[in-house]
Design a protein. Structure first.
Length: 89
């Protein structure tokens, strides 16, 4: 199976990071957003980002979950693409 490129990948990272690294390297997203607790942000910076074979052209963003997860998703999507707007919005 050949590798493909996707526009954006939103990842809830935690626990074993090896599957996350594999998927990011396999899909090669143009933009990447991690949802991780603030206390685990360092693990993303140390354990995942250095192992990304092809860094996303549109950057990597991290967002800490909030009680209103929809707000976090919207903030992350907007961070990936400032022109993004929610459907119907």
């Amino acid at each position: 199976m050949s590798q493909s490129s996707v526009k954006a990948l939103l990842v809830s990272a935690g626990g074993d990071l090896a599957p996350t690294i594999f998927v990011v390297n396999r899909l090669r997203p143009e933009a990447l957003c991690f949802f991780v607790a603030e206390a685990q942000q360092g693990g993303i910076d140390r354990e995942i980002i250095p192992k990304i074979e092809q860094p996303p052209g549109n950057g990597i963003r991290s967002s800490s979950p909030t009680p209103k997860i929809c707000s976090s998703v919207a903030a992350c999507c907007f961070g990936i693409s400032p022109d993004w707007s929610p459907a119907g919005g």
